[in-house]
Design a protein around this ligand. Structure first.
Ligand code: SF4
Length: 199
């Protein structure tokens, strides 16, 4: 697909997201929160669902969790085009509750379309809801955090959600370490230059 065709496909995808009413989360949402970062990016970062700030701005991870995520990405030399940030669900759940399994299921089709367009090499799942939404099974974070799983040509890692580290700063260290492993994997795959070559 050339750039023009890709942009057309992307516009169709965004239109489909904005006109979606497959679940009740649409009823109270101000915006459909689709992504921020690059449209074609080697790293896809997947969170849970939009919060109040994200709903207002129409972009994922823009509140305090987003600032933490951003500083971690910057510390490992990621530019905006190197990553694509999105959520398992694109509309804000009331009172910032976790999305219900039926809502995650309803939104999965759009997420699958997004993966096909972005074509990441590495996927970073932030938090247990993102893991459960992606793999369809419950998990203890301690069992999966910080380890790569290779599946369907993707390298997938799960880490703590940045909001978790804001509540308990001791989780900053593992989150920081996990970003380092992600950077290293992308370098090994030839998707990013070695960090020491970046000024
Ligand atoms: S959360 Fe997803 S499935 Fe539900 S209305 Fe929003 S875009 Fe559609």
């Amino acid at each position: 697909m050339n750039k023009e065709e890709f942009n057309k496909e992307w516009e169709k995808f965004e239109l489909e997201c904005r006109s979606c009413s497959r679940c009740a989360l649409r009823d109270n949402a101000t915006n459909t929160v689709i992504y921020r970062g690059g449209r074609n990016a080697p790293l896809m970062i997947v969170g849970e669902a939009p919060g109040a700030n994200e709903d207002q701005e129409g972009k994922p991870f823009v509140g305090r969790s987003g600032q933490l995520l951003q500083s971690l990405l910057a510390s490992y030399g990621f530019s905006d085009e190197d990553y694509h940030i999105c959520n398992i669900c694109k509309c804000r759940p009331p009172q910032n509750r976790r999305p219900e399994p039926s809502e995650i299921m309803a939104c999965k089709r759009l997420l699958a379309m997004q993966f096909k367009l972005v074509r990441p090499k590495v996927i970073l799942l932030c938090g247990s809801t993102a893991y459960e939404g992606f793999f369809g099974q419950k998990v203890k974070m301690g069992d999966v955090r910080g380890k790569f799983i290779e599946s369907n040509g993707y390298y997938i890692m799960t880490t703590f959600h940045p909001a978790y580290a804001l509540r308990d700063p001791k989780h900053n260290i593992p989150i920081f370490e996990d970003r380092g492993k992600v950077r290293q994997k992308l370098e090994q795959l030839g998707c990013l230059p070695p960090l020491e070559n970046i000024n």
